[in-house]
Design a protein around this ligand. Structure first.
Ligand code: PEP
Length: 249
């Protein structure tokens, strides 16, 4: 059985000072565990500080919220995967719904980013999920599978086997509405089926997380659901006490 993954997406919150304060408090109350994986996604400006704070805790991974698909160049304001790696990041979020909706990230861009991330030796965490209108039209699976297939289309088979995926219904992100575990399970199962077929049976290392208004009250039920390998948490991860409760579930 694989370890559950608990990933904290801090979005555009917490600069270097706040990041240091948060992580020192968290580390003081959370001793190393080998039965779960924790990933923090601070803002790019706080990555180096986070990497330093986590330097003696290999049980906790560092991730970057977004990178460009090129490794370097004239891309003002963007973050390079190589720079993120230099700060200690080993995971990179791709295709978060806020990137897709607010910054025009297309499926093809997510594919290019996933390939660049994997080539740099980091693990892509590809986010997929349907909008409310798509949910209401009953086309969740076709949207999610389109995002998934295109997103991983430039990965080699060996890279595909280690990818992380987060199913995050857009209507559940930051809204207080959570998908029912049984509904999320159906989508997770479809995602896993895709990898099983693409990898001809070797799916053990592909982890499928759920995200969307997870909190300390619903985390245990969600992570216990079949097919849900972990949680990607936004708002509730900003409070260190709440996050400590969530990762302790
Ligand atoms: C997210 O940002 O990925 C997310 C799931 O946010 P929230 O937990 O706030 O819904």
């Amino acid at each position: 059985m694989q370890k559950p993954v608990f990933a904290a997406n801090w979005k555009m919150h917490y600069g270097p000072q706040e990041t240091r304060t948060y992580l020192l408090k968290f580390l003081a109350s959370y001793p190393p565990h080998d039965d779960r994986t924790i990933i923090f996604f601070p803002s790019a400006a706080s990555l180096a500080v986070a990497g330093f704070a986590l330097r003696d805790r290999p049980d906790i991974l560092l991730g970057v919220q977004n990178v460009h698909w090129e490794e370097k160049g004239a891309f003002t304001g963007e973050t390079s995967v190589l720079m993120a790696r230099d700060c200690g990041a080993t995971v990179a979020l791709v295709g978060h719904s806020e990137r897709r909706q607010l910054f025009g990230e297309t499926d093809e861009m997510t594919a290019r980013k996933c390939a660049t991330i994997a080539r740099a030796g980091l693990t892509p965490l590809l986010c997929v999920g349907e909008r409310l209108d798509e949910h209401e039209r009953g086309i969740t699976q076709s949207i999610v599978m389109r995002q998934l297939k295109t997103g991983v289309s430039r990965l080699e088979k060996s890279q595909l086997a280690t990818v992380l995926v987060a199913y995050e219904p857009v209507w559940a992100i930051g809204t207080g509405k959570t998908a029912k575990p049984e509904d999320a399970t159906v989508v997770h199962a479809a995602i896993r089926r895709y990898f099983r077929e693409a990898l001809a049976g070797q799916t053990d290392s592909v982890r499928v997380l759920y995200g969307g208004s997870v909190n300390a009250e619903n985390a245990a039920e969600l992570v216990a659901a079949p097919e849900i390998d972990g949680l990607l948490v936004g708002g509730a991860s900003l409070d260190v006490d709440v996050w400590t409760r969530i990762v302790g579930t």
